[in-house]
Design a protein around this ligand. Structure first.
Ligand SMILES: NC(=O)c1ccc[n+]([C@@H]2O[C@H](COP(=O)([O-])OP(=O)(O)OC[C@H]3O[C@@H](n4cnc5c(N)ncnc54)[C@H](OP(=O)(O)O)[C@@H]3O)[C@@H](O)[C@H]2O)c1
Length: 270
């Protein structure tokens, strides 16, 4: 797919995966509108991308406070949006009985409600032009309920369900929906306890640049769902077909996860 001149809205652009995606899009000649809450990080990123001769708008916006407002501001700033790439998100890790109600609420507001409200607000604009692409970045944990990430898994299950339903609803309209599910990726998204646990559990780790490459490959090949990593892809299938098998392997693993979840028990989510 030729992205030259495509008007692309990148949510979570200041993050590890979002900034790597923005960089790949800039190299492909896209016209970018970058959104996040931290203006300074967006400005730094925009400066780097402009070296790729990219056209870049930056927009400070909060998905939780006003997702439809972000959509409208982006359409105005770029005079149209051809594609949304949503890389915004947050994580809550630990025992479910330690999770604070406000953290659960913010997690769902950031990972589910904000992205849905933003997408729904962009749709009339895309439907009117009979073209558009929606790309949501989910997680492997959005297909495999992972212990000590119960609410996070649930939020990504929800985002995957929304993406699947919306894709079916929009058939024949010219607007397509894609879902890309990374595995563990080296960004500051993973809190210290999670990073240490990943090493102890020998979890495979990807670099954000590789994930960004896969996001662009999913767009170019028009693939509906993309799961990153091997054997993660296989586990996603196995969990759907034979969940009891996956239960056994994860229930063994949970004993190794406990000390790291305990480390996080009294941590305040920023
Ligand atoms: N890293 C991993 O291991 C991993 C694995 C699987 C899936 N994922 C998924 O990949 C996506 C990107 O992850 P990442 O590693 O790049 O995370 P990250 O580095 O922590 O970046 C998260 C991004 O989300 C934005 N964001 C958070 N809350 C927001 C809000 N209320 N309004 C607007 N923007 C908000 C942040 O921007 P501001 O702070 O500037 O607002 C930041 O740009 C997430 O959806 C995550 O669930 C990550």
């Amino acid at each position: 797919m030729n992205l030259q001149g495509s008007k692309i809205l990148v949510l979570g652009a200041s993050g590890g995966i979002g900034s790597a995606v923005a960089y790949e899009l800039a190299k492909a000649g896209a016209a970018l509108t970058l959104v996040g809450r931290q203006r300074e990080s967006l400005k730094r990123l925009a400066k780097t991308l402009e070296q790729e001769v990219a056209s870049v708008n930056i927009l400070t916006g909060d998905l939780v406070a006003d997702a439809p407002g972000v959509a409208q501001a982006a359409i105005r700033a770029a005079t149209g949006i051809d594609m949304l790439i949503n890389c915004a998100g947050m994580q809550v890790f630990g025992f479910s009985n330690d999770e604070q109600p406000q953290d659960t609420a913010r997690l769902f507001a950031t990972n589910v409600i904000g992205p849905i409200q933003l997408t729904n607000a962009l749709l009339p604009h895309m439907l009117e032009r009979r073209q558009g692409r929606i790309v949501h970045v989910g997680s492997i944990f959005g297909s495999i309920g992972f212990p000590c990430f119960a609410s996070y898994s649930a939020s990504k299950f929800a985002l995957r369900g929304y993406s699947e339903a919306l894709r079916r609803e929009l058939v024949g309209t010219g607007v397509s929906v894609h879902y890309v599910a990374p595995r563990y990726t080296r960004t500051s998204f993973n809190q210290d306890a999670v990073a240490r646990m990943a090493v102890a559990l020998k979890m495979a780790q990807d670099d954000p640049a590789d994930v960004a490459g896969q996001v662009l490959a999913a767009i170019s090949s028009d693939r509906a769902d993309t799961y990153l990593g091997w054997p993660e892809k296989l586990f996603v299938r196995l969990n759907a077909l034979l969940p009891r098998l996956v239960d056994q392997s994860l229930m063994k693993q949970v004993a190794q996860m406990r000390p790291f979840a305990r480390l996080n028990a009294n941590r305040q989510t920023p």
